[in-house]
Design a protein around this ligand. Structure first.
Ligand SMILES: [Zn+2]
Length: 305
């Protein structure tokens, strides 16, 4: 291969699908840099919440980029503990190459930084993943009990109970040496075979392949997955060089929000006059977007016409 044919190395804010050569294993790897830092920096959450929300963003981007059609994928975790909710979504518009992500959390102040994920969310906690691909497919929602000490375990539990495919994942979020947030995720799935030829292949070898790939994935450290000097392609080669790895076209990722003054104005105009008056301060109604913290302002008198 000559130099100009080499694919551009991918480092940050990108998700890369891959397949292990000659095996029934597909996966994806992603790294979030400026996008996750922008999202978390806008909110003023404590670091233990930032870490979980950053991991949730990585999971959301990984699943969102798997959608066949453009649409919205939402990951929601809710419970009755001190961390009441985390919501994150991925949006890809038609004719756009980029997946846009955003997130927020709702929590009670307190000394909870040593709590596990289950302890933070408390009783009756659940994880819901919703996929809305508009006109192309029916809306899909999978809901499972939120289990596990961290987001990786919660995600694996989700796959175990709501999808048929065996899945292994590894999800991290931390600050780099400059204090900027970064997140990363990798997952592999063992997919089913379709044709008879495929089924005839050695079952024992297939199981062995899966075990090896799973072990290799679990050895990946945060320092490797989040190493911004190591391209995602090189990371995959390093991890699965023995079998070889095939790489597919990537999805670029970025931070963004879909809130707009027009949408909020429409929602507000559906309210009763008394409710609007109640919400107004000095004739102004302020609505803050949970996701991006933008404050939208409306004059009461203008809403009434
Ligand atoms: Zn917004």
């Amino acid at each position: 291969m000559s130099d100009h044919e080499k694919p551009t190395p991918l480092f940050n804010d990108v998700c890369l699908p891959f397949q292990i050569e000659g095996q029934d294993i597909k996966g994806r790897v992603l790294r979030l840099g400026p996008s996750v830092d922008e999202i978390l920096s806008k909110h003023n959450y404590p670091d233990h919440i930032n870490k979980l929300l950053g991991q949730t963003l990585a999971l959301t981007a990984m699943l969102g980029s798997m959608m066949k059609y453009d649409g919205i994928l939402t990951v929601q975790m809710k419970g009755k503990g001190p961390l009441r909710m985390m919501v994150s979504d991925f949006f890809k518009a038609e004719k756009s190459d980029k997946g846009i992500i955003r997130a927020y959390a709702g929590y009670d102040e307190g000394d909870h930084q040593d709590y596990s994920l289950e302890e933070l969310f408390g009783e009756d906690a659940y994880l819901a993943i919703t996929m809305d691909q508009g006109k192309y497919m029916d809306r899909y929602q999978g809901i499972v009990k939120l289990l596990g000490t961290n987001i990786t375990e919660a995600a694996e539990e989700y796959f175990k109970s709501s999808e048929q495919l065996p899945t292994k994942a590894n999800i991290f979020c931390q600050k780099d040496k400059n204090g900027k947030w970064q997140a990363g995720a990798i997952m592999i799935q063992h997919y089913a075979r379709n044709s008879e030829d495929d089924i005839d292949r050695d079952i024992e070898k297939t199981q062995e392949d899966w075990n090896t790939a799973s072990i290799l994935l679990s050895t990946l450290k945060p320092s490797e997955l989040l190493d911004v000097e190591l391209s995602l392609q090189d990371l995959l080669i390093r991890l699965y060089h023995e079998s070889g790895v095939r790489i597919f076209s990537h999805t670029e990722l970025g931070a963004g929000c879909r809130c707009s003054s027009d949408k909020i104005r429409t929602a507000l105009s559906g309210l009763e006059y008394e409710e609007l008056k109640e919400a107004a301060e000095d004739g102004i109604i302020k609505v803050t977007c949970d996701f991006c913290t933008t404050e939208h302002k409306f004059e009461l008198t203008k809403l009434l016409h």
